[in-house]
Structures are given as structure tokens and as C-alpha cells.
Ligand binder design. Structure first.
Ligand code: PMT
Length: 403
């Protein structure tokens, strides 16, 4: 897609003296060729009028959750869905706090909660409010969920104090928006196959051998890749998660079923991301009916399941291959071994010995292990991991030597 073409940027304006600089931001984004829509908090309208933005954008400006026109689309959904990028500049400490806690009591914060678009936040506030540990904790929480911050500058503030808190330069905010807009389509035309969840290997019709994978990681990756324009097939073990938007979902139970589904899709895939926790073994025999207590054998004989990822590697199928590694010790060393033995371009490794991270949790800490080195993500939300995986995948698909 050509830069700017049919890209909608939603600009959120909150109540601070720097609100007048949003007009320059809106102009810069329009100049770049984007369609710009503006949503304001009631407080922002004390500083700049909706009419100013309406005149600049030639679009209606939204302020209230309660639309007078009953035929108008439900705003918090329509704005959230229309946005390819949502930038909030200036963003007050109050709005940052609301977003960090999922509060949605006006149109701007409701749109922020409802959107699937990347969010860029340019804070502006008094230096003491900026430095307050509550504000910093809220910012850290939003960053961990994948929100991009354009840090405020230092200098004399409107209130007379000197320090950090002045809205970043309009050029820097625009650059962050442009980077997000470009990223928003960087997997367009690509076919991506993602595996997720854990497989269940039946002992009889009611019992199985399984693991604690929830599928959250793989579902987040599939959703992110689809949002960035890829055609995505998600092959998943049993999970309670709903199908991600615009993703073809193939639900399987066992490793053999996952193997068959992946092999069917692999020949046409540009990339495979294997986040599933596939059972390495399955019971050699499956009871036709529920095995009675007295008839249960002393031991269950297991046979090996195929290693799906390793086979893709051996047969050079699936294009760019990103594997995962669940380890309980020597995480990086084992991940590097898997990078070679499974012929992957990258391995995303995690230490699953910590029950607070990894299986079933919202956040995780992973190592991105490539032939060129290792990067530690720190503890971040699985959506942020998905975003980083897709960033690296896009670079690998573009033929850059390293992710
Ligand atoms: O689903 P969540 O609750 O979000 O949890 C995420 C997770 C912990 C499951 C995820 O972060 C993770 O670590 N996934 C890989 C789990 C795993 O099976 O790791 P492994 O080291 O055993 O396997 C290495 C790689 O080979 C993986 O890409 C795996 O998908 C693949 N594999 C393994 C065995 C097999 N028979 N076939 C495979 O394709």
C-alpha cells in the first residue's frame, strides 16, 4: 500500500494547554496523506473548539458518547474500528490513568478501550504529575500492553515549573504515528500459519494427557498478523478463546490432527509461527470406552508424536519458521539448540518454571533467539510479544538477514 493511502488516523485530544499543538499535528498528518478524524474530551474543548478540528480535517469531530442523530453509527465502536492508528496528543495524567485501568467514561477513553489499532500516547502535564510514581506505573502498564509513548520534553511548563512534561515536538509525534501506520500493513499479501494451544492425547473417550497452554500467545500472534494485513490460518488445540477477527481457525485436539492440519497448509505459507505446546507422546492404545477403575493398566505405554516444526524444517516447508521453546533451565542454550535442530529462523524461548509467567498467564518474559544474538523482552503482555514477533517476522520476510 502506498504511504498514507486509505489510512485513517484517529487523533485524541485531551484537556491541557498543549491542545493547541494538536492542530499542527492534525495538519502534519493530513499533509502526509492520511485521513484524520478527531475525538476530544469535554475538557479539551475548553482549550480548542471542535470547529477548529472540523475545519482542519473536513470531518465531524466527536466529543460525546451520546449522539444526537439516531441514524449515526455507534461512535465508540465506529471510531475504534475505523482507526488504523490512534494517537492521543496531548494526553493528560488522568486519561493515562483511566486507560491503564480500563476505564471508559467518555468517548475518547471508550474508543481507546475498544480499538484494536496501535495506540500512540504523547503525554503533557506538570513535572510533578509526570514524575509521580502512580503516573509512571500507569505508563509502564500501558507500555507492557504495547502502547507507544512519545516522551515529553524538558523545559519551562505552562504552570511555571521547570522539568519534564512539555508535549514532545509535533514532528516526533507525527514520526511515531507514521511508523505505526507503516507497520499496520507490513504483512499485507503474506500467508501466515500459526499454531497455538496444547494438544490433548486421549487415553479413553473421557481422559487425556495434556498441558496447561491456554492458546493466548498464539491467538495474540494470529490476531496481530491479521491486523497487519496477513492472511492467517490458526491451527489450535482445545481452548476457550474466541476466534480472532479475520483469522481462519482450524480447531484440533491431538498432535496427529495438528500435524495433518499444518502439513496441509504449510506448502502455501510464507511463514509459520509455532507457539503450540504439542504433546511429544501419546498413549499407544486408546480405550474404546471409559476404562473402568479396576481395568486401568499399571502403566500407560506411550509412543512418539511427530515433531511438526522439525519436519517442516527438514522438508524446508512453511517459509520463514519461528519456533517457540518452553524450558525450565538453561533457557538460551536449549533454545539455540532448537534453532539449529528444528531449522528455524528464530526461536522465542520462555522459562516455564515460574507459574506466574508462560502457561495461561496474561504476560510472559521471552528471549528472542536468532543466529545473530539474543534479546530479552522483560516481562510484557502477550499482545506486546505478538507485536514484537510480527515486527521480526516482517523483517525476515523482507529478506533482512536478521530478525
Ligand atoms: O498458550 P499460552 O498459555 O499463552 O502459553 C504459551 C506457551 C508457554 C505455550 C508458549 O510460550 C510456548 O512456550 N510454546 C511452545 C511450547 C512447547 O511445546 O515447546 P517445546 O520446547 O516443547 O517445543 C519446541 C517447538 O517445537 C515449539 O515451537 C513447538 O510448537 C514445536 N513442536 C514441539 C513438539 C512437537 N511434537 N511438534 C512441534 O511442532
Amino acid at each position: 500500500m502506498a504511504l498514507g493511502e486509505s489510512t485513517t488516523v484517529l487523533v485524541g485530544v485531551t484537556g491541557g494547554i498543549a491542545a493547541y499543538k494538536s492542530c499542527e499535528l492534525v495538519r502534519a498528518l493530513i499533509k502526509r496523506g492520511y485521513r484524520v478524524k478527531v475525538v476530544m474530551t469535554q475538557a479539551a474543548t475548553e482549550f480548542v473548539t471542535p470547529l477548529t478540528f472540523r475545519t482542519l480535517t473536513n470531518e465531524p469531530v466527536a466529543v460525546s458518547l451520546w449522539e444526537d442523530d439516531p441514524s449515526a453509527p455507534v461512535h465508540h465502536i465506529s471510531l475504534a474500528e475505523e482507526a488504523d492508528v490512534f494517537v492521543i496528543a496531548p494526553c493528560t495524567a488522568n486519561v493515562i490513568a483511566k486507560m491503564a485501568h480500563g476505564r471508559a467514561d467518555d468517548l475518547l477513553t471508550t474508543s481507546a478501550l475498544a480499538t484494536e489499532a496501535p495506540i500512540v500516547v504523547a503525554p503533557a502535564m506538570n513535572v510533578h504529575m509526570w514524575r509521580d510514581e502512580v503516573t509512571q506505573a500507569n505508563i509502564a502498564a500501558l507500555r507492557a500492553r504495547g502502547v507507544t509513548f512519545v516522551e515529553p520534553e524538558s523545559g519551562e511548563l505552562a504552570c511555571g515549573d521547570v522539568g519534564e512534561g512539555r508535549l514532545a515536538r509535533v514532528e516526533d509525534i507525527a514520526a511515531a504515528v507514521i511508523a505505526e501506520a507503516e507497520r499496520a500493513r507490513d504483512l499485507e499479501g503474506r500467508t501466515v500459519l500459526v499454531t497455538a494451544g496444547g494438544t490433548q492425547e486421549p487415553i479413553d473417550p473421557v481422559r487425556y494427557i495434556g498441558n496447561r497452554s491456554s492458546g493466548k500467545t498464539g491467538f495474540a500472534i494470529a490476531a496481530e498478523a491479521a491486523r497487519r494485513g496477513a492472511r492467517v490460518t490458526l491451527v489450535t488445540g482445545p481452548t476457550h478463546l474466541a476466534d480472532p477477527f479475520r483469522v481462519d481457525v482450524v480447531r484440533v485436539e491431538t498432535a496427529l490432527e495438528m500435524y495433518a492440519a499444518v502439513m496441509e497448509q504449510a506448502a502455501t505459507a510464507d511463514a509459520v509461527v509455532a507457539s503450540a505446546a504439542v504433546a511429544d507422546f501419546r498413549p499407544a492404545e486408546v480405550g474404546a470406552g471409559k476404562i473402568k477403575k479396576g481395568a486401568m493398566p499399571e502403566a500407560i505405554t506411550l509412543v512418539r508424536n511427530p515433531d511438526i516444526l522439525a519436519e517442516l524444517g527438514e522438508r524446508d516447508l512453511g517459509g520463514v519458521r519461528i519456533g517457540f521453546a518452553a524450558e525450565t533451565s538453561d533457557v538460551e542454550r536449549h533454545a539455540r539448540e532448537k534453532l539449529l535442530s528444528k531449522h528455524c529462523h528464530m526461536v522465542v524461548a520462555n522459562d516455564v518454571s515460574d507459574p506466574a509467567l508462560g502457561f495461561g498467564t496474561e504476560s510472559n518474559r521471552v528471549l528472542f533467539v536468532t543466529p545473530d544474538g539474543t534479546t530479552d523482552s522483560g516481562v510484557i503482555h502477550k499482545r506486546a510479544i505478538a507485536r514484537e514477533v510480527c515486527d521480526r517476522l516482517a523483517r525476515l520476510l523482507d529478506g533482512e538477514s536478521s530478525a
